[in-house]
Design a protein around this ligand. Sequence first.
Ligand code: HEC
Length: 241
Amino acid sequence: MRAVRVALLTFAALISVTVSAAESVFPLQEMTPDLDDKASLQRGARTYMNYCLGCHSLKYQRYERTANDLGIPHDLILEHLVFDPDTRIGGLIENSMSEESAKVWFGAVPPDLTLYTSLKGGPDYIYTYLKSFYSDPDRPFGMNNQVFENVGMPHVLLDLQGIQKKVCENDSCSLELTVGSGSQTAEEYDQTVYDLSNFLYYISEPTRQERERLGVYVLLFLAFFFVFTYLLGREYTKEFH
Ligand code: HEC
């Protein structure tokens, strides 16, 4: 019985992997995160607090840790990036949107994004997603998204990017930007979205750099330890005939 159950569970896990892989068939644009680029992470944090936090919390992380990791002084983050006067530096990065209201307004609840790039989308996904909104009069907010068809989220960076139109020839479609319709140039917008994706990559695992640094020492230790284990083993086996 036990074996059957294990087999069934494995099968179910395999199916769910296939299904979630099928969700992201749209070709993603690559972005290479750089956690050493503190300026990029700081800009990403600023964009996030200004444009995303109202709907998407980061409730598994605290302001204090973010400020320390990104090298932002506590008084500056409280003054410029924390909009609720009751929030303290040790507080979680939350918002006050209720799930019921969100459902009424957008037809879907905006998910918490703390672990998003680790569990669901990956930095490439966020990067491509934020560059893939296009105008579509049939949608409630007049915008649709190529990566996430019929998404409930409005294009909140529209003022920065400007309007993209979907142009289709034969079977392939591409997005064309109406130049000058946004306050940023295409390069500036790419940078904004890069920084934002970089920041979300950081926040999904704030200890990533620490883990990778420690990993090297652990491997070095194991290599060093191996020499002695090997010598000791040889000493013991000398007595076997
Ligand atoms: C006005 C509210 C609102 C704001 C502001 C907002 N979003 Fe969203 N977002 C939503 C809603 C609602 C959904 C769920 C859409 C759906 O499931 O159809 C969503 C979905 C998403 C998803 C896809 C989640 C999934 O299920 O895969 C990502 C990624 C995302 N948002 C990122 C962002 C980022 C980054 C920002 C800031 C630039 C942002 N959002 C700002 C409302 C918002």
